[in-house]
Ligand binder design. Sequence first.
Ligand code: SAM
Ligand code: SF4
Length: 483
Amino acid sequence: MEHRITETLKILTEADKEACEVVKVTEKETAAPATKRLLIESYGCQMNFSDSEIVASVMREAGFATTNSEQEADLIFLNTCAIRDNAEQKVRNRLQQLNFLKKKKPGMLIGVLGCMAERLKAKFLEEEKMVDIVTGPDAYRDLPRLVEEAETGQKGVNVFLSREETYADISPIRLNSNGVTAFISIMRGCDNMCSFCVVPYTRGRERSRDAHSIVQEARDLYRDGYREVTLLGQNVDSYKWSSSDGTEQVNFAQLLEQVALVSPNLRVRFSTSHPKDITDEVLYTIKKYDNICNYIHLPAQSGNSRILALMNRTYDRDWYLQKIDRIRAILGDDCGISHDMIAGFCTETEDEHQDTLSLMEYARYDYGYTFAYSERPGTPAAKKLTDDIPEDIKKRRLNEIIALQQKLSLERNQRAVGRVHKVLVEGTSKRSDEHLQGRNDQNKVVVFPKENFKKGDYAQVLVTECTTATLIGHAVELASITA
Ligand code: SAM
Ligand code: SF4
């Protein structure tokens, strides 16, 4: 799943992505009286960032307010990612640093949460002696008890995976928020079993959250001044919720519609779509509502049918290309489309890698997230296939994918030049206080002179130039369109 990207970081290379993976989360809301301080560091996908907001809420009830200072913290949680080996190495390195701190502050506790905790379970406590608490993604309600236990000197572990937990009733505490855009988790887990992927083992079975609680969360966010929500799940298109008496059934297209109806001034995005599940009904719902953004993240992983079969993606090249055609037919050529692509999967030949490049040319992606294949213990690929592509070849293929994507991104951005775009202002540009930055419908970052606009406004911006990552222009109407 992709990350919240910055103005200058659109085509995320593996190294780039690692660089922006770690974000210290700090609480902006007024804290109720709390006696202890918690620092949460989130690694990996948007789902983890969203989960950290649930963790902050659970821990607030237990008397912990969040801080961004490790010196001040009584408790440090690392919310970890296990998707690739280097994501795990990053956590190990951070733990070594925290070990020094802990020696100076003996009462301080360290907890490891999320996918790496789930993957390694109690083994983590043996491998990393400074860790006091290990908690998987479905056990966050148990954190106060585990922390209490750890305060008495016992180590606390809960890696129970649930078939029901969706944290539907927990009101997340927004962390590091710009006050304009927020994530709403709509489902958890994944049943897809892509052969390379550790997620089904670390996040368990797929389950959908009560639709009412999702719509209510969107309403609350809108009331609090937020103007964009991103509905999150590993595979949002397979969202399916039924009320306990079976009288209500909501699929993803219907949920999208319900959230879009909260207000025409609330933008709705979603991530991630699995190509096999995105339906015409979803595409027509996007078309029907102006506030559902014309942007689809549609991971391909490879452009070659043999590799896709080995990956157990359940579609082949032609099927994926037909899906791209369908998106363009219903939503038009301007619909933003991005991808995830893996370079150097087991047994991938040079010709098969070329198929990935030609698929990218066909799809004309706006941007993409690219990875060198990293074997994950316990996955079907690790058990049945050989990770036989040498690292230097993986790297070269990855670089070719990135270079092509840069060319495509520039071409796609050039299409935007000379047109007026509706931009939701997210804040000041990172490069200049005199400029604002926001996103257009297709999720492209737009930078323009501030004038009288402020965060949360919609501005009509005439784009006059672009880079591979950013559209640059100026507002053509002074009146903002905020509600
Ligand atoms: N559920 C989403 C999907 O299917 O697109 C996102 C899953 S994952 C968090 C995000 C991306 O990480 C995947 O789409 C894939 O490209 C990449 N990924 C997953 N496992 C990987 C592995 N073992 N090696 C390299 N990249 C991997
Ligand atoms: Fe992993 Fe595939 Fe599920 Fe995405 S759809 S989380 S890649 S198993």
